[in-house]
Design a protein around this ligand. Structure first.
Ligand SMILES: *Cc1c(COP(=O)(O)O)cnc(C)c1O
Length: 337
């Protein structure tokens, strides 16, 4: 039995990470409120340092290491937002950080990780090859920090929910982008502990919604990864999932799926109506609202989870194009979280 993650863990995490992260603003959205006949606000977590909420979990995990673990350093496999957050958190703590990735990963992603101070180790031509290298580094004493299925990561992500409750004390619906479920597990744990009637809705993309398929199957299963504008939501939940499957199953009220066209419309709305640059994965709550997929939102906070989108792709979308990333069959390296 794994020990439960509690509201106390969330408050402890908040104190632990306070000096390393930003408190992000909550902004009312008059445009979405009028469109939905409700009170819609956006939690602008894309303005977090490193461009996503992943810094919260990574900072909490790095700062929770023992002295021996800190001296040996940390290792990760993510080339996306978790990799960025982990690199930054480790650099801030003076802890060595190695991110392993395959040689198929595009140079801009490699540079993004390096810019935050991590060592990048390029190994082989697949994520599996990268994993072999990670296993070697772990055997040598380094600590592997995964992107979502880890107590300290979940507790770190949950701190965004404490801010949301302070900024909108009478909220009754929260919309949370959902992939491996670290974010929504933390958010739902806090919301339900404070008030079980707060509705927690997970939003994923139709293309490769891993947690959604696992919930339907009643257990963690393999789900095929597909190209999507919500690239930070790609990837599976892990067949040996320890926390996030059960927490999502037990605490989340519903999971809604959005299409690629709906995601593009949401990125466009965020830019033209809200003046925010957000990535596809961060836009799925807005996508669900604009598509009329959230019944009776009430006083609703939609969590905008990240901003790390390729700016040339962003420009095409805001100029009106419903970019079909499947048809353009993107590089494998663009698909991982
Ligand atoms: C990682 C990520 C998510 C999903 O978080 P999980 O904890 O894996 O569910 C959503 N949005 C962005 C921008 C992310 O980087």
């Amino acid at each position: 039995m794994t020990q439960k993650i509690t509201l106390q863990d969330s408050f402890v995490a908040r104190q632990r990470i306070a000096s390393g992260i930003r408190q992000t603003p909550l902004a009312a959205s008059p445009a979405l409120s009028a469109f939905c006949s409700a009170r819609i606000s956006l939690k602008l977590e894309q303005t977090q340092i490193t461009g996503s909420f992943k810094l919260r979990g990574a900072t909490n995990a790095v700062r929770s290491l023992t002295q021996v673990q800190r001296e040996a350093g940390v290792v990760g496999v993510s080339t996306g937002n978790h990799g960025r957050g982990l690199a930054y958190a480790a650099a801030q703590a003076g802890v060595r950080c190695i991110i392993c990735m395959s040689e198929l990963v595009p140079q801009n992603k490699v540079d993004g990780i390096k810019a935050h101070g991590a060592e990048v180790r390029i190994v082989g031509r697949s994520q599996d090859d990268a994993q072999v290298e990670v296993d070697k580094l772990v055997a040598s004493g380094m600590t592997m920090l995964p992107p979502f299925d880890h107590r300290d990561i979940i507790a770190g992500q949950s701190t965004v929910a404490l801010e949301m409750l302070e900024q909108s004390p009478d909220l009754n619906t929260v919309l949370v982008p959902l992939s491996g479920g670290g974010l929504i597990s933390g958010v739902a744990m806090v919301m339900k502990a404070v008030n079980p009637s707060i509705r927690v809705v997970g939003i994923s993309m139709e293309q490769g919604a891993a947690m959604y398929e696992c919930l339907k199957a009643g257990k963690p299963i393999l789900v095929e990864e597909k190209p999507t504008l919500a690239d930070s939501l790609g990837g599976g939940i892990g067949l040996e999932n320890a926390y996030t499957f059960a927490m999502t199953r037990d605490l989340v009220d519903e999971v809604v799926l959005v299409s690629e066209v709906e995601i593009a419309a949401a990125i466009r709305h965020a830019y033209w109506q809200e003046r925010q640059v957000i990535e596809g994965s961060g836009s799925v709550g807005i996508a669900a609202l604009l598509a009329g997929k959230i019944a009776d939102p009430g006083n609703c906070v939609s969590l905008i989870s990240g901003q790390n989108i390729d700016m040339a792709l962003h420009k095409r979308i805001i100029d009106g194009e419903d970019v079909d990333v499947a048809a353009e069959s993107q590089n494998i390296g663009d698909l991982d979280a």
